[in-house]
Design a protein around this ligand. Structure first.
Ligand code: AMX
Length: 465
């Protein structure tokens, strides 16, 4: 009887006075009350961690080498992240579940085949696979919280369309912090044990508003400011987002559900996730923390790679033609490498195999667009790039990552504006990083402040010069 463990005070009061049928209705109300579920989980988890730290607080997890310090901290285990774990060979697991498991177990839209991102958010923040009722409740809440304040709309409408969509996203989210319930509560002196509740409210509001912000950016930048249409509160988050962008193909809406699910989280150390966690640790509100993470996602070695892949594929098509031979492709790839550039969409700081996010997008393409010319090119690139990257002798992972495949699917459904693609990544990434931020405050994690050293001090430590 898991429901009885969910003890919002409202439920306990109601249970004393209600008839069985009314009680049942309130039971299901309690089971979809995400905040009450978290209120029950957070203190238990905090206690579990407290006991663990009491026993093992000074146990060592690993060693830090000089190379790690100069090498982007690669391999240093210095962060805790509950929402997902990345295995170099297997890829991502969201709260222990692989992508195919999530595709199977998470609730879907009526007649849909792909998971609803609302369900993944529930899984990330609670650790539990949600019921359909729980997912519907999240869809409804996000639809109801979606409205933007007027100053954010006028800021977006005043942006020239030469401003990159990621800069527009970052600016809009930054000024959205006028709505922060956390910032207001902090200013009024709320007790720190309550921080997570306000961070939760801000996170739910922000996730709800992001599709409206993102769709406004799209319509303003690429569709001459033609409006975004109204939210349908009976529909899911991805349906509303795709419609606001101006698309209604049901297959595209399914793609968006998959896309927004798989880009959500990639454990704690990637640039966007780590940035949100770091900035949030200063008690900057969720809007400021998320905007900071988006500025990191906008880098070409991170989220902007999905734009770069399309730019690179277009170069192949314009310089060689739409159906290059393998030899022509090899020449082009070597040319890219010899000119000191990276092959976008390939390589990874942690993964050492093909990214399962690439694989599931490839499966989607096989199902929905097997004969598409650009998909054929992406498949050919998949065959030709890894042996070349291996031949360089320095690339640790020659296999494709998520960004090598996302653009071709969007192109197929008509969303061809490649410098918009990272915004879609950003909307999805909110699910993971904000779920983590709620837990960061729930567990009372302190301000993050690792120790740095100068080269002179390091050399002195090893008597080197
Ligand atoms: N093309 C060419 N060279 C590459 C390469 C690629 N795809 N991937 C790695 N290398 C090079 C590095 O630049 C580095 O060269 P250097 O020694 O001359 O500086 C060398 O190989 C070793 O790098 P690494 O240890 O294999 O990778 P890393 O952990 O330092 O970096 C990543 C990882 C993703 C930044 C890198 O693979 C890369 O630049 N890939 C292309 C950009 C990309 O697709 N980014 C998206 C990643 C996923 C995401 O965050 N969305």
């Amino acid at each position: 009887m898991a429901l009885f463990r969910i003890t919002s005070s409202r439920f306990i009061e109601t249970a004393k006075i209600c008839s069985p049928s009314v009680l049942l209705r309130h039971l299901s109300d309690a089971s979809i009350d995400l905040k009450a579920i978290l209120a029950a989980k957070i203190p238990k988890e905090a206690e579990r961690i407290k006991n663990f730290r009491k026993q093992h607080g000074s146990s060592k997890v690993g060693e830090v080498t000089v190379d790690m310090m100069y090498g982007g901290m690669r391999g240093i285990k210095g962060l805790v992240c509950e929402t997902s774990v990345l295995d170099p060979d297997e890829g991502i697991r969201f709260r222990g579940y692989t992508i195919p498991e999530c595709q199977k177990l998470l609730p879907k839209a009526p007649c849909g085949a792909e998971p609803l991102p609302e369900g993944l958010f529930w899984l990330l923040i609670t650790g539990d696979i949600p019921t359909e009722g729980q997912v519907k409740a999240i869809s409804k809440q996000w639809a109801e919280r979606a409205a933007l304040p007027a100053h954010v709309v006028s800021l977006l409408n005043s942006m020239p369309n030469t401003v990159h969509p990621m800069s527009q996203l970052s600016a809009a989210v930054t000024v959205l912090n006028s709505e922060s319930k956390f910032a207001k509560a902090y200013a009024s002196g709320v007790h720190k044990s309550k921080y997570w509740e306000y961070v939760y409210e801000d996170s739910m509001d922000l996730i709800a508003k992001l599709p409206v912000v993102a769709a406004t950016i799209y319509r303003n930048t690429f569709k001459e400011g033609s409006g975004i249409g109204a939210i349908d509160t009976s529909k899911d988050w991805s349906y509303n987002f795709t419609h606001m962008l101006g698309y209604d193909n049901p297959d595209f809406i399914e793609l968006m559900r998959l896309y927004l699910t798989i880009h959500s989280d990639h454990e704690g150390g990637n640039v966007s996730a780590h940035t949100v966690h770091l900035v949030g640790s200063a008690l900057s509100d969720p809007y400021l923390s998320f905007a900071a993470g988006m500025n990191g996602l906008a880098g070409p070695l991170h989220g902007l790679a999905n734009q770069e892949v399309l730019v690179w594929l277009e170069k192949i098509r314009s310089q060689i033609g739409k159906t290059p031979t393998e030899d022509q492709l090899k020449d082009f790839i070597w040319k890219t490498l010899k000119s000191g550039q990276v092959v976008p969409g390939y390589g990874h700081a942690v993964l050492r195999k093909t990214d399962p996010r690439y694989t599931c997008q490839r499966e989607f393409a096989e199902k929905h667009l097997p004969d598409d010319a650009l998909y054929q090119l992406v498949s050919k690139v998949y065959k030709v790039v890894p042996p070349i990257l291996q031949e360089t002798g320095k690339v640790k992972n020659p296999w494709p990552n998520v960004d090598a495949h996302s653009g071709v699917l969007l192109q197929y459904y008509g969303l061809k504006e490649m410098n918009y693609y990272t915004v879609l990544f950003g909307v999805s990434r909110a699910l993971g990083v904000l779920a983590s931020l709620v837990w960061d405050r729930g567990l009372g994690l302190p301000i993050e402040r690792p120790k740095s050293m100068s080269t002179d001090a390091l050399m002195k430590a090893f008597k080197a010069s």
